[in-house]
Design a protein around this ligand. Structure first.
Ligand code: FAD
Ligand code: NAD
Length: 465
C-alpha cells in the first residue's frame, strides 16, 4: 500500500478527533483521520446519544404505565402498556446510524481523508494502520491523539456474562428483572433510573457515603428522592464483593461490615472510565503522563514536539464538549492561529431524574477559594411553568462574589434543566454580574425565569419568593 503523507493525522474519530479533523480541513490543513470502530466514537455510538435515547424511551414508558395504573393526575387513561426493548434498541441504533453517517459526511465535506483501521505509532512522525486490506503507513508533520476512554473493570467483577458495562446495557434485548448497578455516578444513575422506569428492580451499590458524590448534597437531594419514589434501592457506603453466579446475585459488604447478597440478573459496573493508552504504541514515543492520562499543556501539546492529545485520554472532566472544544482549538493552532485554553468553565450535566447542571464554582468551592460570596436560590415550587410540567422539585442556585457581584458558579436541579446549561455557561464565560442576569428579560412561563429570580434573590430583592 502506498504511504500517505499529510500535514495532520488525527487518531480516533470521537468528538475530540472528528471536530479537530473537520476544523483543520475547513482551514485548508491536509488532514487524515484514523478510526478503528465507528466515526463519532464513544459519545455517538455507545455513550451520550444512545444513553439519552434509552432515557427518553424509559420516560415515555413510565408515563404510559402511570396512565394505565390510574396514578396519573392528568386524566389520561390507557390499557396495559408494554415495551419491546429490541424495538427500542433498534430505534436508538437508527439514531446512532444517522449521526455516524453525518459525521463521516462532514469529514468528507471538509476534505478530510478517513482511514478505517487501528493506528499504532512507529515513531513520533509515523503511524502504521492495521486495515482490513493490510498495513497502511501514514507520515505526518503533526499528530493528534484522541483515543478516548474505556470502562474501568473491577478485578473481582470482570465484564462478561451477567456482568456488563454501559455498552452492553445500551443494547440489551430484554429488560432485566433485577439489576445491580455498581457505582452511583453519572452512568450508574442515568442508566439505573432508566431501567427502573422500564420495570427492572434496581439496586445501586455506591462505595462513597452518598451517590453522585462529585456534587453537593443539596443539589443531588431531589434525585435521591426520585430514586426512592421509583423504587430504586440505594446502598451507599457499600462495596461490591463479587458475583454469586449460581444464585443470580451480587455479594456486597455494607458500611458496618455485614455481608449480604442482592438479586441481580445483570450487574452493571459503572465505576468510572480510564484513558485508552494501550495498543497504539505509547511506548514508542514515551510521552509524559499525568497519572493514567497523557499530560498536556494549555494548548494540548504533549511532551513530544508535534504531538498533541485531546479528549478523555487527557483527563477529567471526561466530557464530550470538553473534547470538542480541545479539538477545535488544536486544529486552529495547527493551522497557524494563536490559541490557548482560556475557558472559564466546562458545564456538567447529569441526565438523571430530575436533571442536574453545574457550571463554575459551587458555594463550597467558592468559599474555599477564600472569597466572600453571596448566594441566591430560587425553588421551582414557586415557578408556574414548573407546576405545569410537574417539575416543582428542584431549584436554580447562583453563586457570586460579594464585592462586585460577578457570577462564579451556577447550579440547577430540575425537570429539563439541561437546556438551561448554555445560558449558565454564557453568563460565566462573559463574566456576567448578578445585575446582568436579573436585568435580562427571561421569557414567561419558562423554567429559565428561575435563573433571573435566583440572581435577584442574591441581590436581596427576589419578586416571586
Ligand atoms: P471517544 O469518544 O472515546 O473516541 C475515541 C475514538 O478513538 C473511538 O472511536 C475509538 O474507536 C478510537 N480509537 C482508539 N484507539 C484507536 C486506535 N489505536 N486507532 C484508531 N482509532 C482508535 N459526555 C457528555 O459530555 N455528555 C453525556 O451525556 C455523556 N454521556 C455518556 C454516556 C455514556 C454511557 C458514556 C460511556 C460516556 C458518556 N459521556 C458523556 C462521555 C463522552 O462519551 C466522552 O467524554 C467522549 O466520547 C470523549 O470523546 P473522545 O473523542 O475523547 O473519545
Ligand atoms: P463516575 O466517576 O461518574 O462514577 C463512578 C462512581 O462509582 C463514583 O460515584 C464512585 O464513588 C463509585 N465507585 C468507584 N469504585 C467503586 C466500587 N468499587 N464500588 C462501588 N462504587 C464505586 O463514572 P461513570 O458513571 O462510570 O462515568 C464515567 C465518566 O463518563 C463520567 O465521569 C463522565 O465523565 C462521563 N459521563 C458523562 C455523562 C454526562 O455528561 N451526562 C454521562 C455518563 C458518563
Amino acid at each position: 500500500m502506498k504511504d500517505i503523507v499529510c500535514k495532520l493525522l488525527v487518531i480516533g474519530a470521537g468528538p475530540g478527533g472528528y471536530v479537530c479533523a473537520i476544523r483543520a480541513g475547513q482551514l485548508g490543513v491536509d488532514t487524515v483521520i484514523v478510526e478503528k470502530a465507528r466515526a463519532g466514537g464513544t459519545c455517538l455510538t455507545i455513550g451520550c446519544i444512545p444513553s439519552k435515547a434509552l432515557i427518553h424511551a424509559a420516560d415515555e414508558f413510565l408515563k404510559a404505565r402511570h396512565f394505565a395504573d390510574g396514578t396519573d393526575p392528568l386524566g389520561i387513561s390507557l390499557a396495559s402498556p408494554a415495551i419491546d426493548l429490541k424495538k427500542t434498541v433498534a430505534w436508538k441504533d437508527r439514531i446512532v446510524g444517522r449521526l455516524t453517517m453525518g459525521v463521516s459526511g462532514l469529514l468528507k465535506k471538509a476534505g478530510v481523508k478517513t482511514v478505517q483501521g487501528t493506528a499504532r505509532f512507529r515513531d513520533g512522525k509515523t503511524v502504521v494502520v492495521e486495515t482490513e486490506t493490510g498495513e497502511q503507513i501514514i507520515r505526518a508533520e503533526t499528530i493528534v491523539i484522541a483515543t478516548g476512554s474505556a470502562p474501568v473493570e473491577l478485578p473481582f467483577l470482570p465484564f462478561g456474562g451477567p456482568v456488563i458495562s454501559s455498552t452492553e446495557a445500551l443494547s440489551l434485548p430484554t429488560v432485566p428483572e433485577t439489576l445491580a448497578v455498581v457505582g452511583g455516578g453519572y452512568i450508574g444513575l442515568e442508566l439505573g433510573t432508566a431501567f427502573a422506569k422500564l420495570g427492572s428492580k434496581v439496586t445501586v451499590v455506591e462505595a462513597m457515603p452518598r451517590v453522585l458524590p462529585q456534587w453537593d448534597a443539596e443539589l443531588t437531594r431531589p434525585v435521591v428522592k426520585r430514586l426512592e419514589a421509583l423504587g430504586v434501592t440505594v446502598l451507599a457506603g457499600t462495596k461490591a464483593r463479587g458475583l454469586v453466579a449460581s444464585a443470580g446475585a451480587l455479594a456486597i459488604e455494607r458500611a458496618n461490615g455485614t455481608e449480604e447478597r442482592i438479586d441481580a440478573e445483570k450487574v452493571l459496573v459503572t465505576v468510572g472510565r480510564r484513558p485508552v493508552v494501550e495498543d497504539w504504541g505509547l511506548e514508542e514515543i514515551d510521552l509524559d503522563r499525568d497519572g493514567r492520562f497523557i499530560r498536556i499543556d494549555d494548548q494540548c501539546r504533549t511532551s513530544m514536539r508535534g504531538i498533541y492529545a485531546i479528549g478523555d485520554v487527557t483527563g477529567e472532566p471526561m466530557l464530550a464538549h470538553r473534547a470538542m472544544a480541545q479539538g477545535e482549538m488544536v486544529a486552529e493552532i495547527v493551522a497557524g492561529k494563536t490559541r490557548g485554553w482560556d475557558k472559564r468553565a466546562i458545564p456538567a450535566v447529569c441526565f438523571t431524574d430530575p436533571e442536574i447542571v453545574s457550571v463554575g464554582l459551587s458555594p463550597d468551592e467558592a468559599r474555599k477559594s477564600g472569597r466572600e460570596i453571596r448566594i441566591g436560590q430560587f425553588p421551582f415550587t414557586a415557578s408556574g411553568r414548573a407546576m405545569t410540567v410537574r417539575g416543582e422539585d428542584g431549584f436554580v442556585r447562583v453563586v457570586a462574589r460579594a464585592d462586585d457581584n460577578v457570577v462564579l458558579g451556577i447550579q440547577a436541579v430540575g425537570t429539563g434543566v439541561s437546556e438551561l446549561s448554555s445560558a449558565f455557561s454564557l453568563a460565566i464565560e462573559m463574566g456576567a454580574r448578578l445585575e446582568d442576569i436579573s436585568g435580562t428579560i427571561h421569557a414567561h412561563p419558562t423554567m429559565s425565569e428561575g435563573f433571573a429570580e435566583a440572581a435577584l434573590k442574591a441581590l436581596g430583592h427576589a419578586i416571586h419568593i
